[in-house]
Design a protein around this ligand. Sequence first.
Ligand code: FES
Length: 199
Amino acid sequence: MTDQTDHSRRNFLYVAAGGLGAVAGAATAVPFLGSMLPAADTLAAATTEFDVATVAVGQMVVITWQGKPVFVTHRTPELLAQLDGQDDQLKDPNSESIEAVSAEWMKTAEQRKTRSIKPEYLIAIASCTHLGCIPLYKPSKGRTEWGDSVPSDWQGGWHCPCHNSLYDLSARVVKGSPAPDNLHVMPYKYTGDTTVVIG
Ligand code: FES
């Protein structure tokens, strides 16, 4: 295990379905018998309810939705400020790709920058749009913690070590990355101050 891996583990937690406020509609248990597995259409219709207030300030957790890992990140005002001034380094700074448009709530310029309904909470599929690895969360500016795995002017975000794709703190992909697209943002809604239903 590398030193960088140790650091990345400090910044996020994996949250099992049903734990720490996560309630996965169709993902609470994985039966051992194939005949008992949920049908594909049942899984596709499943929603996940999650209390984002359980994510500590500045931290990230991974939950599951429809069998996929999902990042839930609690951004500080300082982390949100790190989104500014980098549009010319991003492939799709305004989230205009088909995946972004599928999140119907994403309409204003601010929502397209923060890629969230409530700016402090980013919720995105934890799958690199290149070949599907799970990127590492590296929110710190510069190379202080991360060495040359990130550029010297790194503003914080995610690094996919499989083939070196980079994403900013709104999971927008950085130019030069093999990943073609921003991390996908799925439909979700708030049903309470801090309760979201994904899907
Ligand atoms: S899978 Fe992420 S860069 Fe290739």
